[in-house]
Design a protein around this ligand. Structure first.
Ligand code: PBG
Length: 347
């Protein structure tokens, strides 16, 4: 016998990597279509869906094309979508976010009428898509976002979304107290069954660029969101945010973005037994698309590797623009299409 092997009789992990079947048998993490949420954009005042250049494969939908897309996702077994609205008109307080005729409310009513409880309807609860200055709240005299005045807008938006059929509202503005304010408003309006997915640890990331193209948001005066979203140097602070949201009634907590914050996902997973979500954001998706388009990386392998890593870190729910791609691939694999098989057997 080889001397090294004799000295390390147990150090032979390669034994379990010898075949795809063995690797499948011992895989610790299995990504499933059930884990994924598709972010979808619906735009007011357009008559045909518009592609988003920086998010290849993602569209600004009309209500009609949104219904088509969700029909397809339901058929593919996708369990949830999250809606973002692009209004025709913006104003200082983002009225479109809570107007019953606002685009997301119109879309939610149409989706709810057709699909009922067959797919989870989530809605992003914020005002930045609807404000003319692009911030996630009302501005005070110094141009700062006023926390407590903004809470009132979020409460109204959440109730409008719930009235329109949203099953899960997802406050993303990082105002202090937003979960409590929304919970109280939902309960007062009789929506005790509507859940809150709290964007609890949301960082002031550079990775939201393509999303801002998707929702036509420019932050006024070259501004940023560092006054309300988290500083990316901080991980412990994320736990304070998560604890606060849980105390205020969050049903699920989210870390966003995902890949640069896997350490935060691990820590949040250890902190709570609530479902943990992670948002694989627009920039993360766009980077894969761009590098793959140049032939620099293998699109499918990297997409699977990254989504699996997010689940491995502890996320139960992953919001990703790859949802439809993944679901189509899983369906092709289930029907025995060999071109859908993945090196490494990640599916
Ligand atoms: C705010 C919101 C943003 C995203 C989700 N909700 C943008 C922001 O905070 O600037 C980003 C999602 C992505 O980049 O995919 N309503």
């Amino acid at each position: 016998m080889n001397a090294v092997a004799a000295n390390f009789p147990h150090a032979r992990p390669r034994r379990l990597r010898r075949s795809a079947a063995l690797r499948e048998l011992v895989a610790e993490t299995r990504l499933s279509v059930n884990d994924l949420v598709a972010p979808l954009f619906v735009r007011e005042g357009i008559s045909a869906p518009q592609p988003i250049l920086s998010l290849p494969g993602v569209m600004q939908h009309t209500v009609a094309s949104l219904l088509d897309e969700v029909r397809l996702l339901v058929r593919l077994g996708v369990k949830a979508v999250i809606l973002f609205g692009v209004p025709a008109h913006k104003d200082a307080i983002g009225s479109g976010a809570f107007d019953p005729q606002g685009i997301v409310q119109v879309a939610l009513r149409a989706l709810h009428a057709e699909f009922g409880d067959r797919i989870v309807l989530m809605s992003d609860t914020c005002v930045d898509e609807y404000t003319d200055h692009g911030h996630c709240g009302v501005l005070d005299a110094h141009g700062q976002v006023d926390n407590d005045l903004t809470l009132d807008l979020y409460a109204r938006a959440a109730v409008a979304q719930a009235d329109a059929g949203s099953h899960v509202v997802a406050p993303s503005g990082m105002m202090d107290g937003q979960v409590g304010a929304i919970r109280a408003a939902l309960d007062a309006a009789g929506h005790t069954g509507v859940a809150i997915l709290a964007y609890s640890a949301k960082y002031a990331s550079g990775l939201y660029g393509p999303f801002r193209d998707a929702v036509d948001v420019q932050i006024a005066d070259g501004g940023d969101r560092k006054g309300y979203q988290q500083d990316w140097r901080n991980a412990r602070e994320a736990l304070t945010e998560v604890e606060a949201d849980i105390a205020q009634g969050a049903d699920m907590v989210m870390v966003k973005p995902a890949l640069s914050y896997l350490d935060v996902i691990v820590a949040v997973r250890a902190l709570t037994n609530l479902p943990v979500a992670a948002y694989h954001v627009s920039g993360e998706y766009a980077m894969i698309k761009a590098a793959a388009a140049n032939g620099w990386i293998d699109h499918d392998v990297v997409a699977l590797e990254q989504l699996t890593a997010i689940k491995r870190a502890g996320a139960d729910v992953i919001l990703t623009y790859f949802t439809r791609w993944f679901a189509e691939r899983a369906a092709a694999q289930a029907s025995g299409d060999p071109s859908a098989s993945t090196p490494g057997g990640a599916l």
